[in-house]
Design a protein around this ligand. Structure first.
Ligand SMILES: Cc1cc2nc3c(=O)[nH]c(=O)nc-3n(C[C@H](O)[C@H](O)[C@H](O)COP(=O)(O)OP(=O)(O)OC[C@H]3O[C@@H](n4cnc5c(N)ncnc54)[C@H](O)[C@@H]3O)c2cc1C
Length: 402
């Protein structure tokens, strides 16, 4: 018998679940609060839509850190190659960019999303935009709709409501207290892949906000990565900072302070730098010493002055050490509304292997609203699609067992 399934949240996780369940012949309705579907997916498309990553599968799965073990079955069932084949099936060919990241050749999300929604409609999925879930109603789900409030009582439901970043695109985390009231453990949502505040002096901020630091290497508890980041008016941001954001955030929580160590001259050793610096004219200005001895000028030289005011009096060896590991003390992560993604969410302990909430049989959850995090690089979207698929298989199996 056809079962009625409500999927709440029309982002990548919810739409993928709808695809699987409608293909299995169920009557699927997707309820989405916003006037259109997949707004964050479309925003991700603005920077090219890094949909997955081409590294070998073991390395890929390890990028989810302590959540790798729980996510692995879902990722194995929908691998990065699976993501690429799926996108190709919807008319979106992909390519491997520098650094192994995978993008659609058109470098945007809209053609893929359009084809996906067409496929869902062809499979009989009812797409209900402007239907905002506002909480439970006995065994049902209460929605605000343009036609007034309604209560839906499906055979099974799947939540795919996203995290808490960029709330104006729809994922506003309003669901957190409703699930907590039902006894579900939810780790507080925190910014992930985010910038950080730094106490810049007014002069540095005015002169250098917006300036990129190119070809540097950065170190935190997360490891050492090369690339570039940007000085912002609040602090630091950009992909090289995001790679460290979980480590910096966790250290701030644990110790109240954290710093990102920047190597401003990754191509030279301390010894080589010290040798090059000591060769400079003793009467040379500090700027000239940095420029000629270490190849540093502009924002890189200014960063040294800003963070180590007595650097101009340092001996070459000591200055070389500063250049190789300049600590930028961070005060706090930027607000979650600005982050690329959020950490925290529904605790793994409260979900069974099939993504069903143990305390609420018949209710499943997928995507960023679960308690995992990953760096940028296509890991986020792949895990949202993969958990959407696995949760849908969980729904199918559970309905079959009823
Ligand atoms: C600027 C930016 C760029 C990004 N770029 C990339 C990238 O290149 N690669 C990558 O892997 N990831 C990227 N991401 C992250 C990725 O987009 C998200 O991780 C992913 O969209 C999460 O999918 P989801 O389906 O779990 O949630 P979402 O995409 O957030 O979808 C959840 C949906 O639920 C709806 N909803 C919420 N509450 C309710 C309610 N009460 N009732 C009904 N509907 C509701 C929301 O409106 C939303 O449509 C980016 C994110 C941002 C912000």
């Amino acid at each position: 018998m056809t079962k009625q399934i409500a999927i709440i949240g029309g982002g990548p996780a919810g739409l993928m679940a709808a695809e699987v369940l409608s293909a299995a012949g169920h009557a699927v309705t997707v309820y989405e609060a916003m006037p259109t579907f997949g707004r964050k997916f479309l925003l991700a498309g603005k920077s090219g839509l890094n949909i997955t990553h081409s590294e070998d599968f073991s390395s890929f799965a390890e990028r989810f850190g302590s959540d790798s073990a729980r996510l692995r079955p879902a990722l194995e069932a929908f691998t990065p190659d699976g993501v690429r084949a799926w996108a190709a099936g919807l008319g979106t060919e992909t390519f491997v960019g520098t650094s192994g990241r995978v993008f659609p050749t058109v470098m945007k999300a809209s053609p893929l999303l359009r084809a996906w929604l067409r496929r869902l409609e062809a499979q009989g999925v009812k797409l209900k935009a402007r239907h905002r879930w506002v909480g439970f109603a006995g065994n049902g789900y209460r929605f605000e709709t343009p036609e007034g409030p309604i209560i839906v009582q499906p055979d099974a439901a799947l939540l795919a409501l996203g995290g808490a970043s960029w709330p104006r695109l729809g994922s506003d985390a309003a669901w957190v207290p409703w699930l907590r009231d039902k006894g579900i453990a939810i780790a507080d949502l925190q910014p992930s892949n985010c910038g950080f505040d730094v106490a810049w002096s007014e002069a540095f901020r005015e002169r250098f906000a917006g300036e990129p630091l190119k070809s540097v290497s950065t170190t935190s508890d997360a490891g050492t990565f090369q690339g570039e980041f940007v000085v912002s008016k609040h602090g630091i941001e950009g992909s090289l900072v995001y790679a460290h954001s979980a480590a910096l955030r966790d250290r701030l929580v644990a110790e109240g302070q954290a710093a990102l160590a920047v190597d401003l001259a990754p191509g030279r050793t301390i010894e080589r730098l010290a040798r090059d610096l000591v060769r400079q004219d003793a009467k040379a200005s500090f700027s000239n010493r940095l420029r000629k001895g270490a190849g540093l000028e502009g924002v890189k030289a200014a960063l040294i002055r800003e963070l180590v005011p007595d650097a101009n009096r340092m001996a070459s060896e000591e200055l070389a050490r500063v250049i190789k590991a300049l600590p930028i003390p961070v005060l706090r992560p930027r607000p979650i509304a600005e982050a690329i993604s959020s950490a925290g969410g529904i605790a793994w302990s409260d979900l069974d292997e099939s993504y069903m909430l143990k305390l609420l049989p018949g209710l499943f959850a997928a995507g960023e609203m679960l308690d995992w995090e990953a760096p940028t690089g296509g890991y986020l979207l792949t895990a949202c699609l993969a958990t959407g698929r696995s949760a849908a298989r969980g729904v199918e199996a559970w309905l079959g067992s009823q």
